[in-house]
Ligand binder design. Structure first.
Ligand code: HEM
Length: 382
């Protein structure tokens, strides 16, 4: 993953952003599917060098999400039910089917990369890196197909949650959309921002970081189990206990985040806030952000998240004005600002909004920017 970061993710997030903007222009009400398709296609390219596995990856990621969520299988919250043997447990039988389907999918995806590699021409990916760098060691096929497949699953749906929260935030805090657009105009003129512009665009980075704080994609945090007894403050916590570092609460700590319920990207840009850091060419960024866990098991995908959030939010601000929809009398239709789904990765329930392209010239550039037939970017966005 470090290698693909150094190669700036092989431009995959940028290439796919071009397609996303075109698809959003055609069918804005399909935004949930399109944003999830964007993240799925991008990570498919990163994992296997191709968009072909993306639809199956989406199903696999949803299946896993259901399996691990407190609101998914009942034994996830009524833990003694896990003792029931498989022939009596509908959850164990369903999980076995899910797992076997996932394993077949991961193996087939890698088989395809191996077959293309044998023909000599494959795009960069984690799979390609593995094939070229695995050395003499005998690898168990299951082990390495999972090694790559789980990276893909972890990146398939997660980032789409803050991208959807971004639309909610822009409906409620349109002044930040204007600030982003003004900053883009100042730094990039008429051109759509690229990853290489990020140093000059701290407002975009601040909006991305504040979206994650305001509506954390994993509000319960990922559970950890204690290896040994521990004492924290006045609490004794026995070995074996499951602990959730509750992101929702941490993000609402009023000392670290004054006025925590409000969407305030300025807390990352203004010296008056405890979260401000200089230089603004570098900060804010997502490194060491508590949203991504702690210590040795910290999220491996932070750089991908950083790049995809930046590119899509900047691209949408460049291309569109997002606003609340109007009814036939011209009255704004409300957008719920905190109605989220209940799975481990929470996302806003679907809602209506207007997505208005910012002028005919930008419409033309977006329409010309992607060739579906060839699956490639035809032009850089001006
Ligand atoms: C907004 C998006 C994301 C959020 C909020 C997020 C958050 C997290 C969190 C909280 C953990 C648990 C860390 C712990 O055990 O304490 C985690 C683990 C992980 N994440 Fe992410 N993640 C995101 C996107 C991604 C992406 C895009 C990838 C990969 C492409 C990824 C790959 C992983 C992996 C592999 C782990 C397991 C690390 C380990 O157990 O050693 N994540 N993530």
């Amino acid at each position: 993953m470090a290698q693909s970061m150094n190669a700036s993710q092989h431009s995959y997030p940028t290439i796919e952003r071009q397609r996303l903007l075109q698809e959003l222009l055609k069918a804005p009400s399909n935004y949930v599917f399109l944003l999830e398709e964007y993240t799925g296609r991008t990570i498919s390219r990163l994992a296997w060098g191709s968009v072909e596995p993306a639809p199956q990856l989406r199903d696999a990621a949803f299946g896993l999400l259901m399996a691990i969520s407190p609101s998914g299988a009942v034994p996830n919250v009524v833990s003694w039910l896990t003792a029931i043997p498989e022939f009596l447990s509908p959850w164990k039988r369903a999980e076995k089917i899910r797992h076997d389907t996932e394993m077949d999918f991961f193996k087939e995806a890698l088989d395809r990369v191996q077959a293309s590699a044998a023909e000599g021409n494959i795009d960069p990916s984690y799979a390609k890196m593995f094939l070229e760098g695995r050395g003499e060691k005998e690898w168990d096929e299951k082990e390495w197909s999972y090694l790559i497949g789980m990276m893909a699953i972890a990146g398939a749906l997660t980032i789409a949650s803050p991208l959807q929260s971004y639309i909610v935030a822009m409906c409620h805090y349109p002044e930040w959309q204007t600030k982003m657009q003004e900053e883009i105009e100042l730094v990039c003129g008429d051109r759509c921002p690229e990853w290489s512009d990020r140093e000059g665009l701290p407002t975009i980075r601040a909006v991305a970081k504040e979206i994650l704080r305001w509506r954390p994609p994993v509000p319960t945090g990922i559970p950890h189990r204690l290896e040994t007894d521990d004492i924290y403050g006045e609490y004794f916590i026995p070995a074996g206990a499951t602990i959730h570092a509750l992101e929702w609460g941490i993000c609402r700590d009023p000392f670290m985040y004054p006025d925590p319920e409000a969407f305030r990207p300025e807390r990352w840009l203004n010296k008056a806030y405890p979260t401000f850091r200089e230089p603004l060419t570098m900060y804010p960024n997502l490194k060491n952000y508590h949203q991504f866990g702690y210590g040795r098991r910290v999220c491996q995908g932070v750089e991908i998240v950083d790049q995809e959030l930046f590119l899509v939010m900047a691209g949408m601000a460049w291309a569109f004005n997002i606003r609340k929809k109007r009814d036939v009398f011209g009255k704004e239709i409300d957008v719920p600002d905190n109605k989220y789904t209940s799975l481990l990765i929470a996302k806003p329930e679907k809602f209506d909004f207007d997505l208005l392209v910012r002028g005919e010239e930008r419409r033309r550039v977006i329409e010309d920017g992607w060739e579906e037939k060839e699956n490639v970017m035809t032009k850089k966005l001006i």
